[in-house]
Design a protein around this ligand. Sequence first.
Ligand code: AMP
Length: 573
Amino acid sequence: MTDGIVRVPGERAEEYRRRGWWQPRLVTDVALGSAPEYPDRCAVVDAGHRLTYGELAATVEAAASRLRRLGIGRGDPVLVQLPNGLEYVITTLALIRLGAPPVVALPALREHELDHVLSVTRPVAMAVPLRSSRFDHLAMAERLRERHPGIRMLLVTRADGAAAGEGVPVRADLADLTSLTLGGVVPGVDAPGGPLHAADEAPEPPGPRDNALFLLSSGTTGPPKAIPRPHEAFGHVIRSAAEVSGLSDSSVYLAVMPASHSFVLGHPGILGTLSRGGRIVLDSPDDPRRTLALVEREGVTHCALAPAVLLQWLAAAETGEFDLSSLRVLQVGGARLDPTTARRVREQLGCRVQQVYGMSEGLLNFTRLDDPDAVVDETQGRPSAAGDELLVVDESGREVGPGETGELLTRGPSVLAGYYGEDETNARSFTADGHYRTGDLVRLHPSGNLVVAGRVKDVVNRGGEKIPADELEAVVLTHPGVRAAAAVAMPHPLYGEAVCLFVVAAGPPPAPAAPTLRELRRHLEDKGLARYKLPERLVPVESLPLAGVGKVNKVALRAEAARLVAAERAARR
Ligand code: AMP
């Protein structure tokens, strides 16, 4: 293949097809397969707007035609950085349908991360919100476009009542893509690409072996890497995750974490729920009380949450003012859930917890809905998809004994065969026989489920959002007052972990002064680093402790960070 995508070797790929794990179906057919059968059933709810399956399927088709008229063709990647909403769902599905793989990016990513993603995936367009209360995405997109001239077009959502802005050479208004069904009419839209007609010729669909979309890795080192997801592989992931989550046509799935994360998009998330004929409700995580009111109003049965958001839910639910009796399954993953919180969910919310240990790279583990409570509380599940192989190895790569802790390696029909355009990283991240090195330390529980015991990768997991230490440290070193820096995790009451940064000053005057935490945070933001990666504590030190071969001793620094946090807590008591 010449599309730059690292493929699963032929023999294994053929086996996956022979065994029916990889089926010749497009992701859009998996997701919208029930549309012809149940055209009038509600598929998506967003802030009062409701689309039936029939309307959603028609809108996706029309939007795909429209995107093609705008000059986006098969094989043209498009970066999609949209908040949870109908426009995100429609745009993503339409691009997949068109064969123009969306590169789905968290709205929290900034220029530092996106510069890398754009250099590698080379999209022809970016879809961004025109206005967001928190951040000017459009201004950022315009700056990025200057550095990445391959971006021919910005697809912009329309702010309420605003005219399409000026100053961007080529732009299309995404609201025009969705207004087709939102208004219940087929408008003649006066916009680039010409009017949208239901009768637009349907674009030729891509093939099942083509790449459906790019997910972004949360990274073990450096900025996010692009993970290609061919239709046949992603379909397997979606179908099996939907199955073990107990999703059905009576399920109501709330997408409240960022829908551009794989957990919410297709693990099983939005696409998995649609594949079973269920209903999606879209919201954002900034107001847990509003979300719980939405759970009550819409009769939400399923939701995926990171542990930090779950804690906010539990606090907001304590007042007892919301009727949450519709909830059946709370899927919790992205970071380790402690057993006490898992028990609290059962007692306080009266629903099942389903622990999910998954990764955008494709492997998904779920506790099962009929696992005993003790297993659900203590373990992070087992693979949902048939064919996915697990191998737990020691530092020398040898398989450990049953129940012993080691690094998890994996390969199989769900698992990526290589990051896109990252030869060097791929050489490090995969074994010679094609296993992906997860960087996670796990052990096998007697139940057959996995327990995540830690990680070998140098990453801080802040409530499910990952911060590769080397990436942060490299940007910290651009501050003239810093000679050396090391980022480690420190305990955090809500996020589980947050970044503690140890900093060695550039030197005595006349060297520039070492920054305060505030100054450094400002500097990092100015450098285009996503906000969630900013350190929450800065510890000035004379030098960084070294271990063995001259590597920074992060074990010692982690212990020191934990000691500082504990001492501060004790002083406050
Ligand atoms: P992402 O690709 O953003 O989904 O991140 C995947 C990584 O998140 C995994 O490799 C783990 O390090 C971590 N992770 C995901 N789920 C869990 C979990 N349930 N418990 C502990 N760590 C988790």
